[in-house]
Design a protein around this ligand. Structure first.
Ligand SMILES: Cc1cc2nc3c(=O)[nH]c(=O)nc-3n(C[C@H](O)[C@H](O)[C@H](O)COP(=O)(O)OP(=O)(O)OC[C@H]3O[C@@H](n4cnc5c(N)ncnc54)[C@H](O)[C@@H]3O)c2cc1C
Length: 330
């Protein structure tokens, strides 16, 4: 039987799985068809890539910074050079922006390279049976001696509420939603913008995927993310009116960049119900050594990738201190 099943292949799942794999047997179970969670990359054809979740790494935590720099040296990550403008369109943003060499899930892919992964496995139930956990996926049951859950708080609670400490369940975690639109622009017009952060009613961020220099194309490719207010207003209704909301966002986008609406085509509109938690919960992770259930994720600490990485590292330190009987130490 596998030692640890890690549920989720986002940055916290990939990090904890990678760390635990140095000592134990590990399996990743992921509901999506690929690696990454909120740092997923969307493909269009053979070459074009859109980062439709996490836009870039800008490490503030010293240890995470060191880790990211090691991966830049290995060419897994790279610096996103170019014109990164603020809402005035005049000033350049000073913070460095680091991205995956091919896509922003490159970091997750690197961490999970040697780890067994099962995709399209949405876990709907888990049961503790003293010696092990039964984990119910899509038409498939998995067994593991321990489970690690890496979903946002609301989804974690739904799955394992009855196994969690009452105080932990009282945590107040409010995650902001986000709507992301992926666009293709037919004209060959060259716009010298890599990204722009906005103060707009509808749009908060625009990124030019071509400027990441991962592919060559005669067309422009844009990732557009909506403002907190607008996202909150439409997150529960946009699915029934995708064309309507896409057009509303595109109209604003065209106004901002002075583009002809007829040159644009929607590739995808995606709603993130749980994008980020801005408030630190005061905890870094959750570990119950008796039930052998662990939880980590960015939402414990803050809204960014640093937080996901730090939470996973903190959980690993706790697990390392536990004497786990009958676990294989690889
Ligand atoms: C639109 C957007 C933009 C962002 N921009 C930035 C940025 O520029 N810089 C930055 O640092 N951070 C950014 N973030 C935040 C960053 O993406 C997150 O902090 C980080 O990716 C969180 O990783 P995680 O592993 O904790 O969670 P997640 O990535 O959410 O991982 C959870 C995983 O669990 C899987 N899962 C959920 N339920 C189930 C289930 N029942 N069964 C199986 N699997 C399941 C999910 O599919 C997912 O893969 C952004 C986030 C969003 C949404």
């Amino acid at each position: 039987m596998i030692d640890f099943c890690v549920l989720g292949s986002g940055l916290s799942g990939s990090t904890i799985a990678n760390l635990l794999s140095k000592r134990y047997s590990i399996k990743i179970l992921e509901k999506a068809k690929g690696i990454g969670g909120r740092s997923s990359t969307s493909k269009m054809g053979n070459t074009v890539r859109f980062d439709h979740g996490l836009q870039y790494y800008s490490p503030k935590d010293l240890e995470f910074k060191k880790f990211v720099n090691r991966l830049i040296k290995k060419k897994i990550l790279k610096i996103w050079n170019g014109d990164h403008l603020d809402f005035t369109f005049k000033n350049k943003e000073s913070s460095s922006k680091i991205i995956g060499a091919k896509g922003n899930n490159d970091l997750n892919k690197f961490l999970l390279k040697k780890i067994k992964k099962n995709f399209n496995q949405q876990i709907t139930n888990v049961r503790f049976n003293k010696t092990h956990w039964d984990i119910y996926g899509k038409n498939k049951k998995f067994k593991a001696k321990s489970i690690i859950i890496t979903f946002p708080f609301q989804q974690t609670k739904k799955l394992v509420k009855k196994y969690l400490n009452k105080n932990f369940l009282k945590l107040k975690v409010k995650m902001t939603p986000n709507i992301t639109l992926l666009l293709k622009q037919k004209s060959k017009l060259k716009i010298p913008i890599s990204s722009v952060r906005l103060n707009n009613r509808i749009i908060s961020w625009i990124s030019n995927e071509n400027s990441k220099k991962r592919f060559l194309s005669k067309e422009n490719h844009w990732t557009v993310q909506t403002s907190e207010n607008y996202s909150t207003k439409i997150i529960n209704v946009y699915k029934n009116k995708k064309t309507f909301y896409s057009k509303q966002i595109i109209r604003e986008f065209c106004k901002i960049l002075n583009l002809d609406i007829r040159s644009l085509k929607v590739i995808k509109i995606h709603g993130w119900k749980y994008s980020w938690n801005k408030i630190d919960t005061g905890k870094t992770c959750y570990w119950d050594k008796k039930l052998r259930i662990g939880i980590c994720g960015d939402w414990f600490i803050g809204p960014k990738a640093d937080a996901a990485w730090m939470s996973a590292n903190s959980l690993y330190q706790k697990i390392k201190k536990t004497r786990l009987k009958n676990f294989k130490r690889v």
